[in-house]
Design a binder for this molecule. Structure first.
Ligand code: C2O
Ligand code: CU
Length: 481
């Protein structure tokens, strides 16, 4: 284990680990969590999808529920136990939190080793649909993913909530997928001047870990209003969503409320979330909510069904493949609580580069971990311009902040607040945020294999140091995959 991988005092003022010494009781997985903490165990099990089986992870509470939910204003007090054979590091996606608890291995924290426990404790200042996932290696592909739902107080939801987790499923080993991509197994794509829709072929798209041939059923009552919290936890599948016959409107994206946008068709990029509100019609009925992965015929979904209705038989394949996400939806979104108007203090550009043939993906011409951090000062209004020079759509994510989309393809807007924005081929997208949270914060493409192939950099607040830990020195030791 690398000495530098140990931060000092990053979590709740406690040293994270004591090298070569026995771990204190609170740091050992297995026992009851300290008072006031919820335990989240990472375990491994098998998942069989249409006759194909693979090992997948679960991040679960003691009752088996995946992930965590709570109320804004509460503290996120969680003891994470590593009950698997590999190290991992969990990132709380979209959450505003102290940098030392952000869960990026070797940048904000060392990974959590088998048998170890780590305590997290910070106040929740947001409410909405978030999620958690491993930021270590390629574990996200094996579903080291779960929801993180924060409600407005009072804690009782004002309408029925249905959480929909999308995952892509493959029986192939993620490291073999990456090796193949690097080997240029798609050399035929080399000179493609048309958009590349997908680079990895999956076996299936899943909703709540089930295929559409055996979907998760949500019991609904005629006349009631429901809120769907849909989370794209896939490693590489941007999706189209359709609510079919059920009239629905989007009311939030990435946890942030928007001016309601009517459906029935929506776009949802990798790592993004969308909350849909729908009123179940009177009388019995079954209403499939379907996702189709772009560039493929793969479908997944859940079915909302009243007590007296029959569940339809659904195929996991669409009659024809979906095209590319248009990203036109982004220009139509309006935040209900836009950023306060003020001039931009600091403009930074983030140029998205790379190609399918070499399978090296870059930001500002740099490939992680050989990067120069983007520097900001605390208190600045910062503008990022994402410029996509590639032929693929990239879902770009900034850790620890919420930004507002201010320009898409040349058109100014007071767009949605988000943590992940799609940037289409040859497109420029501008976002603004206030630099309020000192730290080292990752900026990366959320397509897992792009991130693994270098499409990642870091935002650094001038003067910020993480104790004696030097993330930049350790970045060079980031495990090459
Ligand atoms: Cu969803 Cu770097 O994270
Ligand atoms: Cu990408």
């Amino acid at each position: 284990m690398n000495r530098r991988a140990f931060l000092t005092g990053a979590v709740g003022g406690l040293a994270l680990a004591s090298v070569g010494r026995a771990l204190p009781a609170w740091a050992q997985a297995g026992g009851p969590p300290p008072p006031g903490y919820v335990r989240l165990r990472v375990v491994q099990g098998e998942l069989t999808v249409e006759g194909k089986t693979r090992k997948v992870y679960r991040i679960e509470q003691d009752d088996g529920a995946l992930g965590w939910s709570g109320t804004r204003g509460d503290r996120f007090k969680v003891a994470v136990d590593n009950a698997v054979a590999e190290p991992f590091s969990i990132h709380w996606h979209g959450i505003i939190l102290p940098n030392g608890q952000d869960g990026v291995p070797y940048v904000t924290q060392p990974p959590l080793k088998p048998g170890e426990r780590r305590l997290y404790d910070f106040p929740l200042v947001q409410a909405g649909t978030y999620w958690m996932h491993s930021h270590f290696g390629l574990q996200e592909q094996s579903m080291l993913t779960a929801p993180l739902i924060i409600r407005e107080p009072p804690a009782a939801p004002e309408m029925k909530e249905i959480v929909v987790m999308l995952n892509d499923f493959t029986t192939r080993d993620p490291s073999a997928i990456l090796a193949d991509l690097r080997r240029g197994s798609r050399a035929g794509m080399k000179m493609a001047m048309k958009p590349d829709l997908t680079d990895v072929r999956y076996d299936a798209l899943l909703a709540n870990r089930r295929p559409l041939s055996d979907p998760d059923l949500a019991r609904v009552t005629p006349g009631e209003t429901v809120r769907l919290r849909i989370i794209n936890m896939t490693s590489g599948s941007n999706v189209f969503l359709s609510t079919g016959r059920l009239a629905a409107e989007a009311i939030a994206v990435d946890g942030e409320d928007i001016v309601p946008l009517p459906g029935p068709r929506f776009e949802l990029g990798v790592a993004q979330r969308i909350d849909l509100r729908a009123r179940i019609p009177g009388g019995d009925g079954a209403y499939p909510i379907i996702a189709q992965a772009e560039g493929t015929d793969m479908l997944a979904g859940v079915v909302l069904v009243t007590a007296g209705a029959a569940v339809p038989t659904l195929s996991t394949r669409a009659p024809k493949p979906a095209g590319a996400l248009t990203n036109r939806q982004e220009s139509r979104l309006r935040s209900v609580r836009p950023l306060a108007g003020r001039p931009v203090d600091h403009r930074l550009s983030v140029t998205l580069g790379g190609d399918m043939a070499a399978y090296v993906w870059s930001l500002n011409g740099q490939v992680w971990p050989q990067i120069t951090p983007l520097e900001v000062k605390q208190g600045e209004r910062v503008e990022f311009t994402f410029v996509n020079q590639t032929m693929m759509t990239h879902p770009m994510h900034l850790h620890g902040h919420v930004f507002q989309v201010t320009e898409v393809a040349g058109a100014r807007l007071r767009g949605a607040k988000r943590d992940t924005v799609l940037v289409s081929p040859r497109q420029a997208v501008k976002v603004e945020f206030d630099a309020l949270y000192p730290g080292y914060w990752m900026i990366h493409c959320h397509l897992l294999y792009h991130q693994a192939a270098g499409m990642m950099t870091v935002l650094h607040y001038e003067g910020f140091t993480n104790g004696s830990y030097d993330p930049l020195a350790s970045a060079a030791e980031f495990p090459r995959r």
